[in-house]
Design a protein around this ligand. Structure first.
Ligand code: HEM
Ligand code: HEM
Ligand code: SF4
Ligand code: SF4
Length: 426
């Protein structure tokens, strides 16, 4: 395959950030079709429009998703990308790898595909960018038989779940995000590989409200770790912070001089509920009023720790704008134990409660967040068998358009106008 002139792309080889153009050129020495990736991209830069045809339906037998088909609309100019399908491969929890595993995967991908990848897709998958239809089954065979790895999800199904690194290397993780992510991924393989839903559905798992996998914004079921007892305070370590012996925020702001650490200004005055104070040289927290925002813990990681009675809040409904506007997930279960001891039974029951309902009433291509908006939070809670509590809302409604159920209204809804007229003449 011929090299192409790429004057526009060449400009992206300058500057300090790792250049995808330089990387592609290096890969093209081994896989000449990469010249055509550069060529078609250069053409798009020039024309200011994409050169991929609409859609593309390809896959492997047995599965309804996992591969995003794609064809160039200028195949004669760039035969190397005539077919340019993307394969989603399931990633390990937290994306920890061995070089042996990655080398084996790259050998497979250079054999069957372009050698170009995306590490990782925003949902979490390993993304293998660019291959031909006839290579899909052979690649899938090798992936499953040689590597024991599987495809990820695409389409109207459960997509590939993802998690923050959790207890593997974070002191704040309130449950084992990796374990639950792996367990549910295995538990719901059928729902991942064979689309059976009104639309896509995602899980994400964060160990604490810092939410490093952004579950609250990017998953239909967002599981976010928390605790319900008291923040654990090491008063001796608090004194070290005050004395300036421990850097605040683990040294995160050391690139600039912010002055000497001021506990009052940087922690107590910034607590959103004003539930902290100093008593002599002891730091006090009124934990009943603490909303577990993580601020004080983030600032003084060596002195403060989440409580010991740990679990997660479960929120539902996040989605991007299309169709009816962007949503964060909304709180449904303030505290749930998330434990391997019972095979994550409570969470699984919760998820299946949503699915049983949404699979019946969800309209075609309606995310569960939209279904919730359509039927209303009270109805959703009722479906889920959850009693409404003040924590379900940020503020009560301000309009008076309140629905009552007939059985809640004395005398019901059937009224006789004649009876009314007997008291109120027309
Ligand atoms: C040809 C069309 C499209 C292609 C090739 C495409 C491709 C992709 C890919 C490769 C990912 C990352 C997947 C992963 O990490 O596993 C992704 C994610 C996503 N796509 Fe698309 N997509 C297309 C159309 C759409 C459309 C039309 C929508 C919305 C109406 C959409 C919404 C999303 C969302 C919400 C995500 C997930 C983002 C996240 O998890 O943070 N995509 N898409
Ligand atoms: C004989 C007494 C009343 C008469 C003749 C009357 C008449 C009306 C009329 C003609 C409208 C407009 C309806 C429309 O836009 O279609 C209206 C609206 C309204 N009235 Fe009255 N009204 C009376 C008493 C009251 C009382 C006692 C209240 C409150 C306790 C009240 C609260 C309202 C409200 C809130 C609206 C606006 C409703 C809306 O925006 O949908 N009215 N009234
Ligand atoms: S979300 Fe919380 S527990 Fe998970 S890695 Fe981030 S800070 Fe740690
Ligand atoms: S976690 Fe947040 S709300 Fe709770 S005491 Fe610390 S700063 Fe205040």
């Amino acid at each position: 395959m011929a090299k192409h002139e790429t004057p526009l792309l060449d400009q992206l080889e300058s500057g300090p950030w790792p250049s995808f153009v330089s990387d592609l050129k290096r890969q093209a020495e081994k896989k000449p079709e990469c010249w055509d990736i550069l060529g078609i991209l250069e053409l798009s830069y020039k024309d200011r429009i994409t050169h991929w045809k609409h859609g593309g339906i390809v896959g492997v037998f047995g599965y309804g998703g996992g591969i995003v088909g794609r064809y160039a609309d200028v195949p004669k100019l760039f035969p190397g990308v005539e077919h340019f399908h993307t394969i989603r491969v399931a990633q390990p929890s937290s994306k920890y790898y061995s070089t042996a595993n990655l080398r084996q995967l790259m050998d497979l991908w250079e054999k069957h595909g372009s050698g170009m990848t995306n590490f990782h897709g925003s949902t979490g998958d390993i993304i293998l960018l660019g291959t031909r239809t006839e290579n899909l089954e052979p690649f899938f065979w090798d992936l499953t038989h040689d590597m024991g790895q599987d495809l990820g999800g695409s389409g109207s199904n459960l997509r590939t779940p993802a998690n923050c690194v959790g207890q593997s290397r974070c002191e704040w993780s309130c449950y084992d995000t990796e374990e639950v992510c792996y367990h549910l991924t295995m538990h719901y393989q059928d729902e991942i590989h064979r689309p059976a839903f009104p639309y896509k559905f995602k899980f994400k798992f964060s160990g604490c409200p810092n939410d490093c996998v952004a579950a609250i914004a990017r998953s239909d079921v967002s599981v976010i770790g928390t605790w319900r007892d008291n923040i654990r305070i090491d008063q001796a370590a608090v004194k070290e912070y005050v004395a300036g012996n421990y850097p605040p925020n683990g040294g995160a702001h050391s690139g600039r001089d912010w002055g000497k650490f001021d506990l009052q200004k940087e922690v107590i005055d910034l607590c959103p509920t004003e539930c902290m104070w100093m008593e002599g040289d002891e730091l006090k927290i009124d934990d009943k009023e603490c909303t577990r925002c993580m601020h004080c813990i983030n600032v003084m990681p060596r002195a403060l720790r989440p409580g010991a009675d740990q679990g997660a809040s479960v929120c539902v409904g996040a989605k991007a704008p299309i169709l009816d506007g962007a949503q964060f997930s909304t709180l449904i279960v303030p505290f749930m134990k998330v434990s391997k001891d019972n095979e994550f039974e409570e969470l699984i029951e919760f998820i299946e409660g949503i699915w049983d309902w949404w699979m019946e009433v969800g309209k075609n291509r309606e995310r569960v967040g939209e279904t919730m908006q359509r039927v209303g939070l009270p109805t959703f809670l009722q479906v889920m068998g959850i009693d409404p509590i003040p924590q379900h809302v940020k503020e009560p409604r301000s309009n008076p358009y309140v629905f009552w159920k007939e059985e809640e209204v004395e005398g019901g809804f059937e009224r006789d106008i004649v009876e009314f007229r007997a008291k109120h003449a027309a």
